[in-house]
Design a protein around this ligand. Structure first.
Ligand SMILES: *[C@@H]1O[C@H](CO)[C@@H](O)[C@H](O)[C@H]1NC(C)=O
Ligand SMILES: *[C@@H]1O[C@H](CO)[C@@H](O)[C@H](O)[C@H]1NC(C)=O
Ligand SMILES: CC(=O)N[C@H]1CO[C@H](CO)[C@@H](O)[C@@H]1O
Length: 529
């Protein structure tokens, strides 16, 4: 009796130790909106394992709810702010994102996104407030953090890490045209088969698509990247008191946690400090709320369709909403539509509107036949996890790309929200629901997703803890970071070899000419004699 008690006490103690083998302090520079929903899962897991997690948060945040009780600590940046103005500007962005960006070509849409993200000085003010406030910086320095977890969607996190001398881990979905991963992280991306993000291409490109891919890459590098960076280069140099660039500091990331995996990505080269942890937020479905479960059950054999344009998009134009509702009214399935706008006049009796839906639980429900989605990465991964085929109505940012990936893998049909008619949407829905290949392909992706040696969340946590334990992951850092661009492409070597060849050719011709002349002279002499 006594001994079993002892044994369980020892086991308990050991469990504590494995959870808490190295309890560290984590500082987080997050990105508001949907990226937060993903990173939060990692942070909560870290606190569960005994680490202390502090999130540096802007008072303007919308999704990061720093007032709610949580296992995470929040350090609200003292900054004058105007809630109303912020909400107005967010509404403006969402309006453009929903109603204007889908009408633009991919590069114009990228420019527009860049305008909103980088040419808006909200983030810069936030950054200035932190790095120039001696009392905040002193407090952060004295806390002795072991690692920073940073979302590099907007600059600043890496500057704080550099000032504090703390190693940092990035968590990234994408940067416009992969410029950050490619030029700051040195991720190789051969343009012949690695499509540039925001061009909505796949890994199998025709000649003209490869032309497009290259043109987009040049455009993103020399237009967007080169346009936005000088401002930050100067600011970073000023703050650090030495000439540097944004890219150089970003390149110091120890580990890059990428929010995709090979169920979604096309096979491509990557580096040992890049870890693909897509779908880490996915969980088995929980039971639905009672009323919703009854509605889903009432669909019988036909099943249900889940429809959401994500956590950000609230309202469509009345015209668009009516068009969508009338298509939905014509399918035998029941539809659960997350929508906050006015109730469309053409709404069918099979369709219910919700302010909020438990999306993951619905996608995991056996009655769910299809998912109509804007193609945000979080939602796509929930569909992959549960093996649900999709109808994609991409709006902006990486969404057209995400849908292009799912289309190429045979798990989705795309509809252009700008030009679609009711019949187009209806046709897409019927295709995805009635043609078995879509369900089969979605199920195949789901199987690939579930069959991993270590779960994505555990891998993400492992690498963050690894960086804490070893004060970095320098053994994974490629030497390309220390080369100039012409050394990286071996242009200096090619130049040298070309010079050698040219010299050799020059010498040989000179010799030949010399010999010929000698020979000629000798010949002439003989003739004269
Ligand atoms: C610096 O931050 C502290 C809080 O840590 C705040 O009380 C103070 O007002 C800030 N100073 C400036 C100049 O913003
Ligand atoms: C969406 O709602 C906002 C605020 O309620 C409004 O300003 C905007 O015009 C609406 N957009 C559309 C397309 O109806
Ligand atoms: C891209 C892809 O793998 N598509 C597959 C979808 O499913 C059908 C039927 O199972 C296959 O024939 C396709 O190759």
């Amino acid at each position: 009796m006594m001994s079993t008690k002892w044994i369980s006490a020892i086991v308990l103690l050991q469990l504590c130790y494995t959870g808490c083998g190295f309890c560290g302090k984590v500082l987080v520079w997050p990105c508001d909106m949907s990226p937060w929903l993903n990173i939060k899962i990692i942070l909560e897991k870290l606190t569960e394992r005994g680490h202390e997690v502090t999130v540096l948060v802007s008072p303007q945040s919308f999704i990061i709810d720093y007032n709610k009780p949580s296992t995470l600590k929040f350090e609200v940046i003292p900054m004058p702010h105007d809630r109303e103005a912020a909400e107005k500007s967010l509404d403006h962005f969402l309006d453009i994102a929903t109603n204007v960006m889908p009408t633009l070509s991919h590069w114009q849409s990228a420019l527009k996104l860049d305008e909103f993200l980088f040419q808006d000085d909200g983030n810069f003010k936030l950054c200035e407030t932190v790095v120039y406030n001696q009392s905040i910086m002193k407090k952060l320095r004295e806390a002795n953090y072991n690692v920073m977890v940073i979302d590099p969607a907007l600059p600043c996190g890496e500057l704080i890490a550099e000032l504090l001398g703390v190693p940092f881990v990035y968590t990234v979905r994408f940067s416009i045209g992969d410029t950050v991963e490619k030029y700051c992280g040195k991720l190789p991306a051969p343009l012949s088969y690695v499509p540039v993000t925001m061009a909505a291409l796949t890994d199998r490109m025709t000649f003209l698509q490869r032309v497009k891919n290259l043109m987009y890459s040049i455009f993103f590098k020399f237009w967007i990247h080169q346009h936005d960076n000088p401002f930050w280069d100067q600011f970073y140099s000023e703050v650090l008191g030495r000439p540097t660039t944004l890219c150089e500091i970003m390149g110091k990331a120890e580990i890059w946690l990428i929010r995709t995996y090979w169920d979604f990505e096309f096979p491509r080269p990557y580096l040992p400090n890049f870890e693909f942890v897509g779908g880490l937020h996915c969980k088995p479905a929980k039971p639905l709320p009672k009323g919703m479960e009854e509605f889903v059950r009432s669909s019988g054999e036909d099943g249900v369709v889940v429809f959401s344009l994500g956590s950000m998009v609230k309202n469509l134009t009345d015209e668009k909403a009516n068009l969508i509702a009338s298509a939905l009214a014509q399918i035998p399935q029941k539809v659960l539509w997350r929508y906050k706008g006015n109730k469309p006049a053409t709404l069918g009796t099979n369709t219910r509107l919700y302010d909020w839906i438990p999306q993951n639980d619905l996608l995991g429900h056996p009655k769910t036949k299809a998912f109509i989605t804007h193609g945000g990465t979080n939602g796509i991964y929930e569909a992959i996890y549960h093996g649900v085929p999709m109808v994609g109505v991409p709006l902006f940012a990486d969404q057209p790309d995400n849908i292009a990936h799912m289309k190429a893998k045979g798990a989705a049909v795309e509809v252009n929200i700008n030009t679609m008619t009711s019949a187009d949407l209806l046709h897409a829905l019927r295709t995805v629901i009635n043609e078995p290949s879509y369900k089969e392909n979605a199920t195949r992706l789901s199987r690939i997703h579930h069959d991993q040696p270590v779960k994505p969340l555990d891998r993400a946590v492992f690498w963050i803890e690894f960086v804490m334990r070893h004060k970095g992951a320098k053994h994974l850092r490629p030497a390309s970071h220390d080369l100039t661009w012409f050394q990286y492409h071996s242009l200096d070597v090619i130049g040298f070899l070309l010079a050698c060849v040219a010299t050799a050719i020059f010498l040989v011709t000179k010799c030949c000419l010399f010999c010929c002349r000698k020979f000629n002279k000798a010949g002439k002499k003989k003739k004269r004699e």
